[in-house]
Design a binder for this molecule. Structure first.
Ligand SMILES: O=P(O)(O)OC[C@H]1O[C@@H](O)[C@H](O)[C@@H](O)[C@@H]1O
Length: 131
């Protein structure tokens, strides 16, 4: 039968690590090196937060790609679209240890787009005043 597109998303780093088209062809680069925790996964679509590269005092590209994200149990509602057969929204919030390193409450999410399920959007919000 006809294959369908697929994506693979890891809770570690909140990273899209595979995206195959409907011929089963991989569309994302993944390195064979440093692909296991505790090293960040190299390849796919990394979320660099809260800094890019060495432009800050934190680890390279920030700590978000080195944390276990959570599945958002209460995602923003999607419009009814029969083309969407699967979706997932991931979120990352700082731990108390993270706050010692980088004292800013935040929420980062990686959300499926409503009109095209393999399209992802990342959103960052300041949670300082929302306890
Ligand atoms: O090796 P990392 O930490 O996964 O980062 C990937 C690359 O990120 C780039 O921004 C750096 O310029 C490279 O030096 C680095 O190799």
């Amino acid at each position: 039968g006809r294959r369908s597109c697929s994506v693979e998303i890891r809770l570690f780093g909140g990273q899209v690590t595979s995206w195959k088209n409907d011929h089963g062809e991989e569309l994302l680069f993944v390195s064979s090196k440093a692909i296991k925790p505790p090293k960040p996964f190299r390849g796919g679509i990394p979320i660099c937060f809260p800094q890019f590269g060495t432009q800050g005092n934190l680890e390279q590209h920030g700590f978000a790609r080195n944390r276990l994200w959570a599945i958002d149990d209460n995602p923003p509602p999607l419009p009814v679209n029969p083309a969407i057969k699967a979706f997932v929204d991931l979120i990352l919030k700082p731990s108390e240890d993270d706050l010692k390193m980088w004292p800013h409450r935040f929420r980062v999410s990686l959300e499926n787009c409503s009109w095209c399920w393999w399209r992802f959007e990342s959103h960052v919000s300041n949670q300082e005043y929302q306890h």
